[in-house]
Design a protein around this ligand. Structure first.
Ligand SMILES: C[S@@+](CC[C@H](N)C(=O)[O-])C[C@H]1O[C@@H](n2cnc3c(N)ncnc32)[C@H](O)[C@@H]1O
Length: 259
């Protein structure tokens, strides 16, 4: 892979709202609230661990519908949003009924169609908010080859979905001048170094096999200390509308700052 994959894409035209999948609940001035799978409205500062991003360059890793990117811009950051290029960038927990394992071509085609609608939702918000964020479509596990640097690298709700989260954290850390924020992940409350299988190992339907590992506090601490970062942990909140619940759920945001 050449580093061209990291070039910003040309902005997409305004998509039809019916051709969008909204991961995030989005609120724009001129229309009713658009419900998404997760509602982070009102929770953004704590979602990113209270980190001051004003005037900073920020990479939003796994931007989905872009809520974090657009909020970061409002908070004064100069944002680059990163999303997967294709379903070929994903890895799934292996099992006998796995579409990923048994028919990769179909898995990639179906995932690409979902990603197209997810990316549409981002561009819908990008145009509605007058965003100036750059957008890069590249796999997270290749960002170690990218020569760009950002003050802050924000990776929200993504570590658990990667088959090799430790390598990914290492690659993301190289891009960060100042801080890596691993936002809103289930962190095991233990100072032991553990990488625990996620619940989706027990629910092995073809589309429910996307959660790999939960890292413990001790694991995050060790991995980031090895990379030259100090670590602290903060409570973060978001509403899991996809589950029909309207109460905020608490997870952990890891703030790693370069020594
Ligand atoms: C669970 S969502 C989190 C969205 C957002 N960061 C947040 O915290 O609300 C994970 C996002 O990461 C993207 N993603 C997952 N694996 C990826 C990979 N290997 N490379 C690039 N993006 C990936 C998904 O497409 C999705 O948009």
């Amino acid at each position: 892979m050449t580093t061209d994959v990291f070039s910003a894409v040309q902005p997409w035209p305004m998509p039809d709202k019916s051709d969008c999948i909204f991961y995030h609940t989005m609120e724009f001035a001129d229309e009713p609230v658009i419900p998404g799978g997760w509602d982070i409205r009102g929770h953004f500062p704590r979602y990113i661990g209270g980190y001051d991003i004003a005037g900073k360059t920020l990479l939003d890793v796994g931007t989905a519908s872009g809520f974090l990117s657009f909020e970061a811009e409002k908070a004064g950051a100069r944002v680059t949003s990163l999303e997967a290029r294709s379903g070929a960038d994903f890895t799934q927990v292996p099992h006998i009924n796995s579409g990923y394992l048994n028919n990769r071509t179909t898995f990639v085609a179906e995932t690409d169609e979902i990603l197209r609608k997810l990316k549409n939702s981002y561009w819908y918000g990008w145009r509605k908010t007058g965003s100036r964020a750059d957008v890069v479509y590249a796999p997270i596990n290749r960002v170690g080859a990218w020569e760009r640097r950002f003050d802050v690298v924000l990776a929200g709700a993504i570590t658990e979905h990667l088959s090799d989260p430790v390598t990914a954290i290492g690659n993301l850390s190289v891009l960060a001048r100042e801080a890596v924020i691993i936002a809103f992940d289930p962190v095991v409350d233990s100072e032991e170094m553990t990488l625990t299988a996620g619940p989706n190992w027990l629910h092995l339907a073809p589309r429910q096999d996307h959660t790999w590992y939960f890292l413990s506090r001790g694991m995050y601490r060790r991995v980031f200390e090895n990379l030259g970062f100090d670590v602290r942990f903060e409570d973060a909140w978001a509403v899991p509308l996809f589950s029909g619940d309207t109460r905020p759920t608490q997870r952990t945001t890891v703030i790693a700052t370069r020594r």
